[in-house]
Design a protein around this ligand. Sequence first.
Ligand SMILES: NC(=O)c1ccc[n+]([C@@H]2O[C@H](COP(=O)([O-])OP(=O)(O)OC[C@H]3O[C@@H](n4cnc5c(N)ncnc54)[C@H](OP(=O)(O)O)[C@@H]3O)[C@@H](O)[C@H]2O)c1
Length: 258
Amino acid sequence: MRKHIEGSPPGAKRVALVTGASRGIGAATAIALARRGFHVAVNYLRNEERARAVVREVERLGRRAVALQADVGDYPQVQRLIAQTVDALGGLHALVNNAGYSSHASLEELSIEEWHRMVAVTLDGAFYCCKEAAPHMKRAGWGRIVNVCSLRAMTGSDHGAHYASAKAGLLGLTKSLALELAPEITVNAVSPGYTLTDMTRTALEDPQKAERIRAQIPLRRPASPEEIAAVIAFLCSEDAGYLTGETINVNGGIYMRS
Ligand SMILES: NC(=O)c1ccc[n+]([C@@H]2O[C@H](COP(=O)([O-])OP(=O)(O)OC[C@H]3O[C@@H](n4cnc5c(N)ncnc54)[C@H](OP(=O)(O)O)[C@@H]3O)[C@@H](O)[C@H]2O)c1
C-alpha cells in the first residue's frame, strides 16, 4: 500500500522545491511537478521575472507556487530558502537540486576562485539543500530528492575539470544519502546529456558545432528541457517508490559513444 503524508489524507498535495527553476531544465521540472500534483517553490538566483513567469504557469495548472531568491552556494541563504518554502507552501516533500552553471577553462587558466565557486554552487549547494530539507521529509514520513548531475560526471570534461569533478561528487552524495535517508526518502540522480537551454545555446546554435554534436548522439538531436524534466518528475512520484541511489542517464544514447 502506498504511504500518504502523515497527518494528511491520501492524495493530499505535496510540496516540491526546485532550485534554479527560473529557466531551462529547472523551469520545465517545476511545471512537470505541478502536472503531477505538487505545489512548487521556484528558486532563482537573478532572474526574478522569469521565476515569476514559472510561478504563473504552475498556478495556471491549479497548484500553489512561490518564487524564492537564494544563492544555493551560501548556507545561510539555503536555510532561509527552505524555511520560506515550508512557511509559504506548508511543508516540503520533494527537492530537486538543479541549480548550476557551466564554465570552461584549462587547468592552467582555472582560478582557485572559480574552482571553489563551481564546487559551492554544484556540490555544496546540493548538500546544504539536502541537510535542510531532509528533516521536513522525515517528519512527513515521505520524501524524494533528485540531484541533477551530468554526463560529464562519468566522461570527464575537457577544459571543465571543476564542472565534471563537482558533478561526480554529486553522485557520491546521491548514493550516500540514499543509504542514510532510507526508507522514508529516496535519493536519485538524473544525468542529462546535451539539452537545449541557455547553458548550451551558444554551441547548439552554431551550425557547425551543432552538427558535430548531433553526429555523436545516436538519437541525432539534443534533448528538450521537458524530456529531462519528465524523468525528474517520475523520480519524484509515487511510481518511483522502489528506486533509490540510482543515476538515470538521459542523453539520447551518447553515453555509449563517450
Ligand atoms: N543544458 C545541458 O545540456 C545540461 C547537461 C547536463 C547537465 N545539466 C545540468 O542541468 C542543470 C540545469 O541546467 P540548464 O541547462 O537548465 O541551465 P540554465 O538554463 O542555464 O539555468 C540555470 C538555472 O540555475 C539557476 N542558478 C544558477 N546559479 C545559481 C545559484 N548559485 N543559486 C540558485 N540558482 C542558480 C539560474 O537562475 P537565474 O535564472 O536566476 O540565473 C537558472 O534558473 C544544471 O545543474 C546543469 O549543470 C545541463
